[in-house]
Write a protein that binds this ligand. Structure first.
Ligand code: SAH
Length: 225
């Protein structure tokens, strides 16, 4: 899979994306990640990509021209399944969103900044708008990083055993069961006995019951879905 991120602050993305599983996924060739500086697509010799909003509001707005040039230069090379804009008023990013994006071949993620972007970008150049939650960030970079991270770990071969991603919280609309490691007894705080029993059927049943119980307690809305 290939992800192209367009941003005015690529430095916010480049280093974090090299760490841990994200870095490994790229080294393994499962994910091809390209981070583009929007300023490289400016026609202005200073690399200017923003301007004052019409109508006299405070804050700067990313202009349409460099954004269209950036998107078109990518689209000239290959087909993109989605051109995503990160936006607080977009559809809320969920595990199901990550699952479906992880099945795609090529996607573009455009990061807004400042006061936002010229609305015509959203009307004419974008296929989808995604929010990572009901709060406002300074830019779309962290949102793009979150989307990329959640998608990358789903790519086949990204994490140890394939089952691991499937048993995570939110897959099947259930929260994950509690998880423990050695020592089995720490200062008298014991690991549930069933996990040490070696009886896999019993363990699986316990995990399912725990998942249901935690979901009922903490996120009953998921069970209604
Ligand atoms: N004035 C805009 C917010 C601008 S915040 C408004 O009221 O909607 C600057 C940029 O940060 C946005 O263009 C968007 O790309 C990004 N951003 C902010 N909050 C976000 C969120 N919750 N999810 C995804 N992107 C977000």
């Amino acid at each position: 899979m290939r992800i192209d991120i367009i941003s005015v602050l690529p430095e916010m993305l480049i280093e974090p994306m090299k760490a841990s599983i994200l870095g490994r996924v790229q080294k393994k060739g499962l994910l091809e990640l390209h981070i583009h500086n929007l300023r490289d697509f400016s026609t202005d010799k200073w690399g200017k990509v923003d301007d004052y909003p019409f109508g006299g509001e405070a804050g700067m707005v990313l202009a349409i021209e460099p954004i269209e040039r950036a998107i078109n230069s990518l689209k000239a090379e290959r087909h993109y399944d989605e051109v995503i804009f990160t936006s607080p008023d977009g559809e809320t990013f969920k595990q199901t969103t990550a699952n479906s994006l992880s099945l795609m071949e090529n996607i573009i993620i455009l990061c807004g900044h400042y006061k936002g972007i010229d609305y015509r970008v959203r009307e004419h150049l974008i296929t989808r708008e995604i929010s990572i939650g009901d709060y406002v960030l300074t830019g779309g970079e962290l949102a793009a990083a979150i989307i990329t991270d959640a998608v990358a770990r789903l790519l086949p071969g990204a994490i140890g055993d394939a089952e691991s991603a499937l048993s995570d919280t939110f897959q099947d609309n259930l929260l994950a069961p509690p998880i423990y490691t050695r020592p089995a007894n720490y200062k008298g705080w014991e690991v549930p006995e069933v996990l040490l029993s070696g009886n896999q059927a019993k363990i699986d049943e316990w995990k399912l019951q725990q998942s249901l119980k935690r979901t009922e307690e903490l996120r009953p809305d998921l069970l209604e879905e």
